[in-house]
Design a protein around this ligand. Structure first.
Ligand code: THU
Length: 143
C-alpha cells in the first residue's frame, strides 16, 4: 500500500494542494476556459505537476491529470502515493473524468486522490472508490 500514513498525509495534503493550484496557472484552455492543475506525488517523494492542454482540434485536448502522469512515467516513475487536482470551480470539488480515472488506475488501485476547491478545502478518495470494479494490468495476466 503506497498511501501516505495519516501523519504524513496531514503534511502532504496541503503541499500537494498548493502545487496543483500552481500548476493550474499554466493551463492552456482557450476553448473551455476551464483551467485545471494536478500534482502527483511519487513513491520516491517527488512531485510532478500538470495542467490541461487543449487543441484547436478539440478532441486532442489532454486533461491535467494525464499530463502529470505522463510527465512522471516518462521520467521513470510508476509508483504513486497521491494526486491533488485543482480548478477554479468555487462550489464543487473537482473530479477527474472517466478517461483519467482509467489512466490513474493503470498504476494501482490503492492511492489517494485529493479533490479540491480554490479555498483550499478538499476531500480524499482512493482510486478504488473513484473507479470500482476496474480493469487493469493484472486482468491481462489472468489468461
Ligand atoms: N479537465 C481536466 O483537465 N481535468 C478534469 O478533471 C476535468 C476536465 C479539462 C479538460 C478540458 O481541457 C477542460 O477541463 C474542460 O473539460
Amino acid at each position: 500500500c503506497l498511501r501516505p500514513r495519516p501523519a504524513e498525509a496531514e503534511r502532504l495534503g496541503p503541499l500537494l494542494l498548493q502545487r496543483s493550484q500552481e500548476a493550474k496557472v499554466a493551463a492552456y484552455c482557450p476553448y473551455s476556459r476551464f483551467a485545471v492543475g494536478a500534482a502527483l506525488l511519487t513513491a520516491s517523494g517527488q512531485i510532478f505537476s500538470g495542467c490541461n492542454v487543449e487543441n484547436a482540434c478539440y478532441s486532442l485536448g489532454v486533461c491535467a491529470e494525464r499530463t502529470a502522469i505522463q510527465k512522471a512515467v516518462s521520467e521513470g516513475h510508476t509508483s504513486f502515493k497521491a494526486m491533488a487536482i485543482a480548478s477554479d470551480h468555487e462550489d464543487n470539488f473537482i473530479v477527474p473524468c472517466g478517461a483519467c480515472r482509467q489512466v490513474m488506475r493503470e498504476f494501482g488501485r490503492d492511492w489517494d486522490v485529493y479533490l479540491t476547491k480554490p479555498d483550499g478545502t478538499y476531500i480524499v478518495k482512493r482510486l478504488e472508490e473513484l473507479l470500482p470494479l476496474s480493469f487493469g494490468p493484472e486482468d491481462l495476466r489472468k489468461l
